[in-house]
Ligand binder design. Sequence first.
Ligand code: PHB
Length: 403
Amino acid sequence: MADAAIDTVTSVPVVVVGAGPAGLMLAHLLGRAGVETIAIDTRTRHEIETTQRAGILEADAARDLIETGVSDRILRDGYEHEGVELRFGGRPHRINFKELVGESVWLYPQTDVFIDLADARDRDGGTVHFGIKDTEVLDIATDSPRVRCTATDGMRHEIRARYVVGADGSRSMCRDLVPEDRRVRYAKEYPFAWFGIMTEAPMSAPELVYAHSEHGFALVSQRTETVQRMYFQCDPDESVDTWTDDRIWETLQARVAGEDGFRLKEGPIFEKTVLRFRSFVQEPMRRGSMALAGDAAHTVPPTGARGLNLALHDVKVLAGVLLRALGSEGEAALDDYQPRALQRVWRAQNFSYWMTQLLHTAPGSTPFDLRRQLGELDNVVGTRAGRTYLAEQYTGWPTSTLG
Ligand code: PHB
């Protein structure tokens, strides 16, 4: 494909590979500062809009979306959650974020964040090409990198830029461009996955419920007054086809059951997916004229609701650094990106891992393991230090204290 004729050649200061929330937020932040970008994505806009992703935004991320003019729809369609419930031993235990750390989170699905950002790019005249093919990222070790791709109409484009940002998600092709002898990949696999459902039912609880049980983990989340999102721990190789609605509800009900008589409000299930997950970080997050952001550089298990928040933090830092690099400081400014982004990445890696091991039942776990977990959970909810730790980590860390 490299030799196929090029139909157009365009130049912009920054080309963004990947037009999910990370890529589009970066383009939005740069656009506000007068820097033109072109963002490209292999997926169609419809595909991105209809793929269910996580639903929790930390307060800082919500504020950034509102205050930078992406949209204030979150205030109308989102739900502010001032706490979260941990259920174990058949009892509810609420962690009150507001009281403990003065912060809250917002239930606002990632698909809505994406829609708001894509609309904002349209409104502001930003260039985004969805559904492109044959992407090639060239010359990142030089100061004139290029991206070539084929648009939906078959036209072959070359985009020349000063910087390239790889925000192309957990199956990133950009991260592979960092040569093997110049990168380290840290990864951890888990022996379980999440079975996620969407159901047409009223809310079962006003806030998220993270449930530990001897049968395994379950999470009760929400979307709207009439549509709910729930998950339960399953085998990574589980097939959704063998799960009838009845069997799913029976499994979920057993995992949240308790002496308080709590029951989920059931309804028709209209989506079922098995979500495999792992912990992953690639370092460095930059090579020459290319920086990696969001899932392209790191993924976390969904248990701590950190993934999207981490991606938005990356691009906030990266936007500032790129503006300096494009100004008088030049490429040296990019040296500040990784230290500032990575501190939060590893904090989030730890928190996501910790929440995962706290709440899931590993295959082959013994009665000792279960009792020890209950002891840990009791330490979390039963001590102020434990509650505060969870509240602080879950609501995120302010950008200003890092780096
Ligand atoms: C969701 O609403 O999809 C969700 C919420 C919290 C998580 C993961 C997923 O930790």
